[in-house]
Write a protein that binds this ligand. Sequence first.
Ligand SMILES: Cc1cc2nc3c(=O)[nH]c(=O)nc-3n(C[C@H](O)[C@H](O)[C@H](O)COP(=O)(O)O)c2cc1C
Length: 199
Amino acid sequence: MHDRASATLPRLLAISGSIRRESNCTAVLRSLQALLPDSASVELFALDEIPLYNADLDGATPPPAVVKLKQAISQADGLVLCSPEYNYGMPGVLKNAIDWASRPGFASPLKGKPALVITASPGTSGGVRAQAQIRDALAATLARPVVRQHVAIANVAAQIRDGRLVHEPTLDFVKAALHDLLDEIALLSGAARRSGRAE
Ligand SMILES: Cc1cc2nc3c(=O)[nH]c(=O)nc-3n(C[C@H](O)[C@H](O)[C@H](O)COP(=O)(O)O)c2cc1C
């Protein structure tokens, strides 16, 4: 399933659904490394340079930013997405990135990739209305959205200081969700080893 054997050193790729400089969602993702065990790492991938999906560009030489995104997904053991809700749904920026990464259909780097979905909003809903859309789009690519209580961070702007999430109860909740993701990665890599599919 993985492009790299890393059952003991999971590498996570964090993708924000907002490309705004002061994005709360990106701030949440910047806070993850401190919540992970030493054995795990997380890297942020910014979607700023991903063009709008165009199948005409999705041939032998896709746009360089798309190549980088797909490589980063391939090399990761799991994904953490944190996204705002725009008009009760997933921002186009995130959907567009999932569309690029989803090709070739059902055989893309997203196939089999465990993905923790976090939403966040300065409002009271925590962006929860985008959760189903994000999970559905991931499921369409054969990625594996982690099945757990939704992580929807309400009132997020008040929980950020100096570009990091600082609200302890929310950090605890996010940490538990990250551990669920790591458990899912371990479960899947164990299953792949037992079936002889691991590298
Ligand atoms: C086009 C647009 C639509 C939005 N729609 C919603 C919405 O439906 N629900 C919500 O809670 N916030 C909504 N917001 C507010 C965003 O949650 C808020 O701007 C948030 O901070 C964006 O995430 P970021 O800080 O990571 O950039 C909307 C913002 C924009 C720009």
